[in-house]
Design a binder for this molecule. Structure first.
Ligand code: COA
Length: 570
């Protein structure tokens, strides 16, 4: 079937729907609805789709389009739930189960006939955007694929929604006053719900150190205590604030700005955002790398060992890895390599694996070019450490998406396991970068020269299934985001027990030696960095402008050409 995706952004869900429909043999086009109904009509005319599908749409489809074509909208709520802040209300209300519905576009928002829906369980700790990329995306795909199948059958009669239920199901846009934290009264549980419901957008507006900020990311803390609202500790860029009955970790802050202000406002690690406002007496309280079981605290890097398997868990907001984060992860990796294990797993947590260098931290640096340079070196050092580990088998376990240098970090390992919902973007072009992280060695050795070129030039997402077909990954893991850790541990233990393991490690060591004698890793690095230096330091290069637009979330004015061409004959 020829399907046209209409979306407000080419975001994770849109990319996943695209990739998974393509995997099933559909031809799929994408057009972004950016407030220009004329452009939308033109895209519909050019594509002449059999079905229009909107995986993530914040505006209405014009009436003439939905009258002439079946338009199916994905709503992140069960049938009967309506409104623009569905997940926010649900998370803030503390529900345990939820759903995603695919319904037909009509004049009234979320009031059309239901084509399919899928239930989901809300995990206790995930924030809204993590949930959106995890359980919600899984349920959305189930519902979308069922709806497409039903539509294709030509026989399915969608379910009408009753007027009474529709009226009762409407919930308005959630405003900041409904998100506000009352530090003097709200318990840890309430504070966490509010933070999770607002994560990653729009954050919870609050006051701290005499300034106004949006707070992003919330995790419980079981040991530290203080006066409610007080800033009591820092850890790896995050801040800890006391509540009436405990404390919470807040990972990122975004400064509040007057409407119309031209001052930049984007998220930064909380400590960095506060800068000189952070009182010097607030202690840095690192989490032990081998966190004792049963602790309820926040960490971004953790090492766990079971028998012959070591697992180096890591999770950074937005998958972005700053110079400091790369260096800490490298230090942890080196520690993991001192242990007597035969299999070392990297990742294995829900949500993003890695999206490469930290564009926000770079943008905020005094000298962004120098910071980019430091960040890419730190990322390269980490990738090099994985590539040169020859005494054990390494595995990257991707619970969620990876992009750019984050994909290369994953592919540096001997095996790559992707959760079935993971989407990979193995390219740098859209950020105006040649790319580094040894991609010129890593990608061709897995997929061949011409496919590596196609992947990096087409700049399109790749599903987990397709990644295995292409040779970028070894396994697709059929596991819910919350079950990933257990599944990874089980498979890694199997691998460690396999009789071929010693031979595999010996072969890989020999292969690395052979590759090194043909062309040393340092040469790949040097060659890539010649381009990257120009990308970062030459004022005529587009990278700085693209980075600025990315961190400030500037909206595109039309569908980027590499996406607009999708699904159309050459
Ligand atoms: N640096 C800083 N922040 C990043 C980031 C990076 N490299 N990659 C992603 N993020 C942030 C996004 O700004 C977004 O922030 P938000 O939560 O405040 O909205 C969040 O992570 C999630 O990203 P988003 O773009 O919403 O996710 P997506 O799944 O829809 O899209 C990508 C994923 C990877 C396609 C997109 O984020 C991207 O192009 N990232 C940049 C990749 C890159 O070029 N890295 C540098 C070269 S190594």
């Amino acid at each position: 079937m020829h399907i046209l995706l209409v979306a407000s952004a080419f975001n994770s869900l849109t990319q996943r729907v695209l990739a998974e429909l393509q995997d099933r043999g559909h031809t799929v086009g994408v057009t972004l609805a950016l407030g220009n109904d004329g452009a939308l009509r033109e895209a519909v005319r050019v594509h002449a789709p059999q079905l229009i599908l909107a995986p993530m749409l914040t505006t209405a489809i014009p009436e003439d389009i939905w009258r002439a074509h079946t338009c199916l909208i994905v709503h992140p709520g069960p049938p009967g739930d309506r409104g623009p802040s569905s997940l926010d209300w649900t998370l803030q209300g503390g529900a345990e189960s939820w759903g995603v519905t695919v319904l037909e576009a009509v004049a009234e928002m979320d009031a059309g006939d239901v084509w399919a829906w899928s239930p989901l369980r809300l995990p206790p700790l995930a924030g809204k955007s993590d949930l959106y990329r995890g359980e919600v995306a899984d349920a959305a795909l189930d519902a979308v694929l069922l709806a497409v199948e039903r539509f294709a059958s030509g026989r399915h009669k969608p379910q009408k929604q009753e007027a009474e239920a529709l009226a009762a199901g409407w919930r308005p846009f959630m405003k900041q006053e409904q998100r506000r934290i009352d530090w003097a009264c709200d318990t840890t549980e309430t504070v966490l719900r509010k933070l999770r419901a607002a994560d990653s957008q729009p954050g919870v507006l609050d006051e701290l150190q005499g300034a106004r900020w949006y707070l992003h990311g919330g995790h419980p803390e079981d040991e530290l205590r203080g006066r409610p609202g007080e800033l009591i500790a820092t850890r790896a860029g995050a801040i800890c604030r006391a509540t009436v009955d405990g404390a919470v970790w807040i990972l990122q802050l975004r400064p509040w700005r007057e409407t119309g202000s031209r001052l930049p406002s984007y998220k930064l690690p909380a400590v960095e955002a506060l800068g000189d406002l952070l009182p010097f007496e607030v202690p840095e309280v690192p989490a032990p790398l081998q966190l004792p079981a049963g602790r309820r605290t926040w960490f971004d890097i953790r090492y766990v060992e079971q028998g012959a398997v070591g697992v180096l868990n890591f999770s950074f907001p937005g998958g972005a890895m700053s110079t400091a984060q790369c260096r800490r992860l490298l230090e942890a990796y080196r520690f993991a390599c001192t242990r007597t294990t035969s299999v070392l797993v990297l990742g294995g947590m829900r949500d993003f694996f890695s999206n490469g260098i930290h564009l926000n931290v770079i943008e905020a640096a005094e000298d962004p070019s120098e910071e980019s340079w430091a960040n890419i070196h730190a990322m390269n050092d980490l990738v090099e450490a994985v590539l040169t580990t020859t005494d054990r088998l390494t595995v990257s376990a991707l619970g969620g998406n990876a992009a750019a240098g984050g994909v290369m970090l994953a592919l540096a390992a001997d095996e790559v396991w992707c959760r079935d919902g993971a989407v990979l973007n193995p390219h740098y072009r859209l950020m105006g970068l040649h790319g580094s992280e040894y991609w010129t060695y890593i990608l061709p050795r897995r997929v061949g020269e011409s496919e590596a070129l196609r992947l990096t030039q087409s700049a399109l997402p790749v599903s987990a299934t397709r990644a295995v077909e292409l040779g970028m990954a070894e396994r697709v893991l059929q596991a819910a985001p919350e079950e990933l850790g257990v599944e990874v541990a089980r498979l890694a233990a199997e691998l460690a027990a396999s009789p071929e393991l010693a031979d595999r490690v010996a072969r890989k060591k020999a292969m690395r030696g052979q590759d090194e004698s043909i062309k040393p890793l340092q040469r790949y690095r040097d060659e890539e960095l010649v381009h990257m230096r120009r990308n970062f330091f030459d004022a005529r290069e587009p990278h700085a402008g693209l980075r600025s637009a990315f961190v400030r979330k500037e909206k595109a004015s039309n569908t980027p050409p590499h996406i607009a061409r999708l699904g159309l004959a050459d």
